[in-house]
Design a protein around this ligand. Structure first.
Ligand SMILES: [Zn+2]
Length: 318
């Protein structure tokens, strides 16, 4: 059921406690999974991700005009190669979340990510909206996406990000049934945490995201809508620098979600390059794929590493 269902919202004031509490506790933040130090003694973990959606955004919406599809094609043709070059120049790995249809349209790109030492992870079949699907259909599409990426690259992805971070009532169970090691679609914290379902520890690591650390809301526009974000790329870089600096002080994680068809434009890639310059000027930075980060965080679940004590936020006030 869509979470913005108005009839549901209209009745919520009549819900007894077990109903509203039940909704809240269905998928919840558990233990914060930040070790005393990151691998190699690093102070901060930097996890860059790129959602290589390309043509699947218009396809998902049934928009099949060549004009809309070309906007997605730009991501594969111009954006992704520039991003891969930039990452190689800094010698840093990233995670590429790719819808299966996008990977089938651009199989060499998908294989190239893996060959280049990056991680390829699941991002739905055709960027479908999970909350509009039934459980069986959602599971079948997620499973088919996982199998498709496995066949294309010879490596089975261990991570998943739901398309548009759209998380249905069935999504968590499906992730657990398909054996994913981590998810990166929820926004419950700045740091990785274990997902708790109805008070039960699931063992699934969440690497949280947020719109603040996503390029799309700053730059994308709908031709016939009234919103024209067109933020200055260097203003956006400033926000991301502030996010990184605080993560560095906290000894936590700086995670970023970008899109080749958005950040891959010439004037916008400047923001990413200058951000990488800023990060690279710091000591003790661990650049990790989301899978590597999830693995390091998972050590806390099994008692292999000890947790970092959470600092008092006041202590870090600038
Ligand atoms: Zn996406």
């Amino acid at each position: 059921m869509p979470t913005d269902d108005l009839s549901r919202a209209a009745e919520s004031h009549r819900w007894p406690e077990h109903i509203w509490r039940g909704h809240v506790e269905a998928v919840r933040t558990g233990r914060r999974l930040v070790p005393e130090s990151w691998p190699g003694g690093a102070r901060v973990a930097v996890a860059l991700s790129f959602d290589s959606d390309h043509e699947t955004i218009p396809l998902r919406d049934g928009e099949t005009s060549p004009g809309r599809l070309a906007q997605g094609e730009y991501g594969a043709r111009a954006g992704a190669p520039r991003i891969v070059d930039l990452l190689a120049r800094y010698g840093v790995p990233a995670t590429f979340f790719m819808p299966a249809v996008s990977a089938l349209l651009h199989p060499e790109e998908a294989r190239g990510y893996v060959r280049g030492g990056h991680e390829l992870a699941v991002h739905g079949w055709i960027h479908e909206r999970n909350t509009l699907l039934g459980r069986d259909e959602e599971k079948e599409l997620t499973s088919r996406a996982l199998d498709t990426l496995t066949t294309l690259t010879g490596q089975r992805p261990v991570g998943i990000r739901t398309p548009s971070w759209d998380f249905s009532d069935s999504t968590l169970d499906i992730m657990l049934e398909l054996g994913f090691a981590y998810d990166s679609s929820l926004m419950g914290d700045d740091e990785p945490y274990e997902i708790v379902a109805g008070g039960r520890n699931t063992g699934l690591v969440e690497i949280p995201v947020d719109w603040i650390r996503d390029d799309a809301p700053y730059f994308t526009m709908d031709r016939y809508g009234s919103v024209r974000p067109h933020s200055r790329p260097r203003d956006v870089r400033e926000i991301w620098v502030d996010e990184f600096d605080a993560a560095y002080r906290d000894g936590g994680v700086f995670q970023l979600t970008l899109h080749p068809h958005v950040i891959g434009h010439r004037s916008r890639l400047v923001a990413l390059r200058e951000l990488l310059d800023h990060i690279a000027a710091h000591r003790d930075v661990w650049f990790a794929t989301h899978a590597q980060l999830a693995e390091a965080s998972r050590g806390l679940l099994h008692g292999r590493t000890s947790a970092r004590s959470v600092a008092d936020p006041q202590e870090h006030a600038p």
